[in-house]
Design a protein around this ligand. Structure first.
Ligand SMILES: NC(=O)C1=CN([C@@H]2O[C@H](COP(=O)(O)OP(=O)(O)OC[C@H]3O[C@@H](n4cnc5c(N)ncnc54)[C@H](OP(=O)(O)O)[C@@H]3O)[C@@H](O)[C@H]2O)C=CC1
Ligand SMILES: N[C@@H](C=O)C(=O)O
Length: 262
């Protein structure tokens, strides 16, 4: 008999994280649910225990606060039952680059990049030691497209993609599966929380459809899963172009076009 590992999900109180919790509970995994809103986490935990007969712990944490972040890191380092991290907690941005207040920039980067990176770094050594486990980082299609105008949010999501690709290169030879999931607009509270009306968008994916598609990618052990991308070869072409560019980088000399004419 194999024991299913426990899954720790950040941002599990609503939206994408709450659906991940439901799906992993359905698959028989015990869970640790992390977010700030303890009453919502408790209600979800009670329902999942009741429906799926799994063990569900709740850990209240504001991941932008050092002490709370350190407590979740400690859990990931020390709890040997946890074999999968769903690094999902995140927030969006409203307004343009020039309108952002310093504390809002700080919070956005702290949650979407610093916390996500520290949590992955907290669990990775133990998974490496075990030679197994999975880390799922939730990015966004916005991280591929500065054209969307959510510059700081998009930059945090570009970071998530790069981080995941680098983690994959370093950790997959040691038996760790790393997945970056890049949703596009999905119907969750993130829009309202950022002061945007989701109903003003021309197209929005249902959150259940998004997570189910992400889990198809997870089960296939895909590195980058982009549920709304209809033509998979587009991603392959982008990645191929990037690698082609690298083959034309020469470290020793500037390119001819930058050489002084004098
Ligand atoms: N919905 C969309 O269109 C898209 C979403 N994404 C990404 O998906 C992820 C999940 O977002 P989504 O489900 O849409 O949005 P939700 O707003 O529904 O969920 C965000 C989750 O993060 C938690 N959270 C927010 N701030 C903090 C914090 N400071 N500390 C701990 N937890 C926090 C929230 O819980 P609580 O308030 O209880 O702390 C909530 O559980 C994000 O990373 C987002 O960037 C990517 C692309 C598209
Ligand atoms: N959550 C969205 C932006 O606000 C996105 O990533 O599409």
């Amino acid at each position: 008999m194999t024991t299913l590992s426990t899954v720790l999900i950040t941002g599990a109180s609503s939206g994408i994280g709450a659906v991940y919790a439901e799906r992993f509970a359905q698959r028989g995994h015990d869970l640790v649910l992390v977010a700030r809103d303890k009453s919502r986490l408790d209600a979800l935990a009670a329902r999942l225990r009741d429906t799926h007969k799994v063990a569900v712990d709740v850990q209240q944490a504001d991941l932008t606060q050092q002490a709370d972040l350190a407590a979740v890191e400690a859990r990931l380092r020390e709890d040997a039952r946890i074999g999968t991290l769903i690094n999902n907690a995140g927030m969006a941005q409203s307004g343009g680059f020039a309108q952002q207040a310093p504390q809002d920039i700080e919070r956005l980067i702290a949650l979407n990049t610093t916390a996500l990176t520290r949590l992955a770094a907290a669990i990775a050594p133990r998974l490496v030691q075990a030679g197994a486990g999975a880390i799922v980082n939730i990015g966004s299609v916005v991280g591929l497209a500065p054209e969307f105008g959510m510059t700081i949010y998009g930059a945090t999501k570009a970071f998530v993609l790069f981080l995941s690709q680098g983690m994959h290169l370093e950790l997959s030879p040691k038996g760790i599966y790393v997945q970056a999931v890049l949703p596009a607009a999905t119907r969750t509270e993130i829009w309202e929380r950022a002061g945007m009306d989701v109903n003003s968008l021309p197209e929005v994916m249902d959150v259940d459809e998004l997570v189910d598609a992400a889990l198809v990618g997870f089960d296939r052990r895909e590195l980058v899963t982009i549920p709304p991308l209809q033509v998979a070869e587009r991603w392959d072409a982008l990645n191929g172009a990037r690698q082609g560019l690298l083959s034309d980088v020469r470290q020793a000399h500037a390119a001819e076009r930058y050489r002084s004419q004098a």
